[in-house]
Each structure stands twice: as structure tokens, then as C-alpha cells.
Design a protein around this ligand. Structure first.
Ligand code: GLU
Length: 503
């Protein structure tokens, strides 16, 4: 890659960032970092009607949580700033006028009623109304009106829009890194609105002008923008600018594989479709987020990387550095990527092992009132012993409660299996061994108790099962000697005595 790679993630702040948007950001980030390029955040807020309070902050928080810092963006290294389109408003008009002057765009004065009438009229004749070459001269615009009439309307302050003049009978040859060559017949294209008399550009104009001014080299975005590609190509041509390269990422599909993933699918099947929790500022409705649901950012990133991309090998676990090294836009698929909520759990389970024990202990401690007075370093030691069996921190209590509270009930099935004739005598012997042990390390406990079992030719289960039952209340948990060491001699003896009393 010879040119300087500059890519942008360009979300519209219309609500919480959907998981698909996070995937788009990730692919941009990976591509930028892979090519020592620049990852830019640009906020596309030209549609003021859809602007939602707090959405921009949410986007920035989500990128931060996922460890995808942007190199340029609002309040960050504003070399090509501002990076919010609403703050760039004054610069777009001149570009729209440039297109009019070069014959590539025109003023249109059609009112909403007039356009509605056309739509209905076409429908009545089983046709679809498209504002373009085949009827534009019959409509109310600067191509059908005289220059004087047009000027008079502008002078009178009539509402107008500026439309792109899409050519007739041409074939466009578009290129997409993922989809290859695409041919488009211009006759099917409509004359898209680029600018409105309220002074705001539409998405198309602002997006192209900004990509050009910000020297974007590659546009990587969702498949839903593919239908706009023909117009965007034509705009670059009309301005006489070099177009960036384009890559349209595959759709993210429902868990069934049929249709696009929506918030409703998440609600129905009980998984979030947003990275972070979101509270709607108007309705106060809460939408769950992966972070608050107990997922780790590295698990989510690893999972999202595989939605539409794969390295072509068996390897599935990739940290960010490894993803950057392995990522290749050419290995991104065209076909939709099925969203599998169980797969992200699988990743979370894997990444659990890699988390820092002290940090996990902190989260765990804050989630359980029972742990309020317990030393965090002790909690961290228990976490270390069980985390490989957990997917979420919320699984920890079931896996560790016996480290903190003495069992009061014993699992019935486990008791039947573990308590046999002679159990009480054996347990009393274990108590004597414990009392005689002076070093109290996992190793000495293990050597002494196991040594006693072997030299007396007792079966291991006869001792280890009731011992575990006494300590845990069930036949589960980490190594028995780890548990004894952790809860200490007195507590261990007390628990064995409690069990003996029930026999
Ligand atoms: N503002 C558009 C969006 O919300 C950006 C599309 C693009 O990347 O060109 O996705």
C-alpha cells in the first residue's frame, strides 16, 4: 500500500451505537493500524431531526471501552477539523454551487405536495416516480425554468433543494475491495438531493466533501451504503477529485441467519445489541449493553472481528495486536455474517482466564454485599482458583461462596455418594492429621493426608469425597487442599465436625 492510509468511522448520533457500528469501527481501526495509518472519528450530525442527546458521548465511550482510540476526531488532534458536520455547515454550500456552475446539479423548487402528487399519479398508473432525466424537464426546477424565473424564485426566498443531475444512458464502473467490480446503469438512478435551503447539506454531499477534505484513502462502511456508491462515484467525478477506495462490509444477520439483526432479536432472545447500556433520554427506556452484562471488551472485539472476516486458519483467539497483524480487507466476506450470541459467551469464557485477578476481585466484591468486609486480596485468590470455570463475574458466587460462608446444607445426592460406613472415623482421623500439621501449606497438607491414605490402603474417594462435602456442601469446587489452605485450619476442622454431626 503506497498511499497514506486514512480511514474514518462516521456514525450519525441518532441513538446508541449498534453492535454493527462497532464492527464497522473495528474494521476501520484494524485496517488503519495494520497500515500505520490514521483512524478518524467524524460525527455526521447534519440531520438535526434525528439528533439524539448523549449519542455522541455514547459513541466515544464505546470506542474507548473497546480500546479503539481515534487519532483524529472531536477535541482530538483536530488537524482537519471540525470533526462534527454541524460545525462544518458553512463550507458545504460553496461545493453545491460549484456543481451547479459545472452543470452537474440544479435547483429544484418542487413542493412536498407537488412531489406527493407525482408519486400518487405514478402509483395509479402502476409506475414508480423517480426524479431523474426522464421527467426532470417536466418538473419545477432550474432546468425546466428560465434563468430569470429561477433567479426570481431564489431572490424571493422560495424553498429549494439542490439535486445532482444524474446522467442518462451511461454505465458506471464501480470498484469495491470486497465485492469486486460493479456495473450500474445510470438510467435507474434518481437525482439525489445534495443540499437544502435551510443551509444543511444532505448525507451524500457532506460525506463526499469531508472525505475529500480529510484526505480519506479508504471508505470502509456497512453494506447498507452500497446503493449510495454510484452517486458518490459520480460526485467525485463531477468535482474532479480522486475517489477513495471503497469496502462495504457484509450485513450482520439474526441468529437464525435470516434477515438483518435488530434490537428486537436481542430483546426476544435475551442478548444485548449495544456495546454499553443506554438510557433513552426521552422515554427513559433502558437498553442492555455488553459491558454491563459482564462481557469483557477483548472478548467482544475478538467476536466482532469474526463477523464477516476470518484469517483463513483455525485460530480463533486473537488479541487486538494479533488482529491488527492478521487483518486483511480482502479476506472479508460478501455474504452476511450470522450473529451467534453463544459464540460471544464462548469468547468471554476464554477471556475470563486472561483477566487480572485483582480487577475481577474488585468487580466481584462490589457485586455482592456478603463480600463487603472481606479482604480483596483473599477474594482475588479465590477468583484465581475458579475463574477458568466461569463465563461471567456473576457466576463467581456460586463457584466461591464456600470460601466465605460455612455450608449449612449438604447436597442430598452428594451426601448419599460420599457418606458411607466408617466415614465419621475417617473424618476424625483427618482432623487429627490437620491438628498435627504445623507448616500448613498446600504441599504439606497434601503429602500428609495423601500419604496417610496410601499407607493405610484406604480408597481415595472414601476420604476425599466426604472431606469435599464437608468443605463445600457439594461434590464440586477446586482442589480440596487449596480450599483447606484458603479457609484455614480452624474453619476446616469446624466444617468436618459439622458434617460428622449429621452422620
Ligand atoms: N453517517 C453514515 C452512518 O451513519 C456514514 C456512512 C459512511 O460511512 O459513509 O453510517
Amino acid at each position: 500500500m503506497t498511499k497514506n492510509v486514512r480511514v474514518r468511522f462516521a456514525p450519525s448520533p441518532t441513538g446508541p451505537l449498534h453492535i454493527g457500528g462497532v464492527r464497522t469501527a473495528l474494521f476501520n481501526y484494524l485496517f488503519a493500524k495494520k497500515h500505520n495509518g490514521t483512524f478518524i472519528l467524524r460525527i455526521e450530525d447534519t440531520d438535526q431531526n434525528r439528533y439524539v442527546e448523549g449519542a455522541e458521548k455514547y459513541i466515544i465511550d464505546a470506542l474507548k471501552w473497546c480500546n479503539m482510540p481515534f487519532d483524529e476526531g472531536p477535541n482530538t488532534n483536530e488537524k482537519f477539523g471540525p470533526y462534527r458536520q454541524s460545525e462544518r455547515k458553512p463550507l458545504y454550500k460553496a461545493y453545491a454551487e460549484e456543481l451547479i456552475a459545472s452543470g452537474n446539479a440544479y435547483y429544484a423548487f418542487d413542493t412536498a405536495e407537488e412531489l406527493n402528487f407525482q408519486r400518487k399519479d405514478h402509483e395509479a398508473n402502476k409506475k414508480t416516480f423517480i426524479y431523474n432525466w426522464h421527467n426532470r424537464l417536466k418538473l419545477n426546477n432550474s432546468l425546466s425554468l428560465s434563468a430569470e424565473d429561477t433567479q426570481a424564485k431564489l431572490d424571493a426566498g422560495d424553498d429549494y433543494v439542490i439535486r445532482f443531475k444524474s446522467p442518462q444512458d451511461e454505465t458506471l464502473h464501480l470498484k469495491d475491495i470486497i465485492r469486486g467490480d460493479i456495473k450500474i446503469d445510470t438510467n435507474i438512478l434518481d437525482d439525489k438531493v445534495l443540499f437544502k435551503s435551510d443551509g444543511m447539506p444532505t448525507y451524500h454531499l457532506a460525506n463526499i466533501v469531508d472525505d475529500h477534505l480529510m484526505e480519506i484513502s479508504h471508505v470502509i462502511r456497512g453494506e447498507e451504503w452500497l446503493p449510495s456508491l454510484a452517486l458518490h462515484y459520480q460526485l467525485y467525478q463531477a468535482f474532479g477529485w480522486d475517489a477513495p477506495e471503497f469496502a462495504h462490509l457484509p450485513l450482520i444477520l439474526k441468529p437464525t441467519g435470516k434477515g438483518k439483526l435488530s434490537k428486537r432479536d436481542g430483546d426476544k432472545l435475551g442478548f444485548p445489541v449495544f456495546p454499553l447500556l443506554w438510557e433513552d433520554p426521552k422515554t427513559n427506556e433502558i437498553s442492555r449493553g455488553y459491558k454491563e452484562d459482564g462481557y469483557f471488551a477483548d472478548a467482544m472485539v475478538n467476536f466482532l472481528a469474526f463477523l464477516g472476516w476470518n484469517p483463513g486458519t483455525e485460530q480463533e483467539i486473537f488479541n487486538m495486536e494479533e488482529l491488527i497483524a492478521a487483518f486483511d480487507l480482502k479476506k472479508v466476506n460478501k455474504s452476511g455474517a450470522r450473529f451467534d450470541p453463544d459464540k460471544i459467551k464462548w469468547f468471554n469464557h476464554h477471556y475470563m482466564k486472561e483477566q487480572n485477578n485483582d480487577e475481577l476481585a474488585d468487580i466481584f466484591k462490589n457485586s455482592r454485599p456478603e463480600l463487603a468486609d472481606i479482604d480483596t486480596s483473599y477474594i482475588a485468590m479465590t477468583v484465581d482458583l475458579i475463574k477458568e470455570r466461569a463465563t461471567f463475574v456473576s457466576d463467581f458466587w456460586d463457584l466461591t461462596s464456600f470460601f466465605f460462608v460455612t455450608p449449612t446444607v449438604y447436597d442430598a445426592k452428594a451426601s448419599k455418594k460420599a457418606l458411607k460406613e466408617g466415614t465419621a472415623d475417617l473424618m476424625n482421623e483427618v482432623i487429627s492429621l490437620l491438628n498435627a500439621n504445623t507448616h500448613f501449606t498446600v504441599e504439606t497438607l497434601q503429602t500428609e493426608i495423601k500419604g496417610w491414605i496410601t499407607s493405610n490402603e484406604i480408597s481415595f474417594g472414601k476420604v476425599m469425597m466426604p472431606l469435599r462435602l464437608a468443605l463445600v456442601g457439594a461434590l464440586q469446587g477446586p482442589d480440596v487442599f487449596d480450599i483447606i489452605y484458603m479457609i484455614g485450619k480452624n474453619e476446616t476442622v469446624k466444617r468436618i465436625e459439622n458434617l460428622i454431626k449429621t452422620i
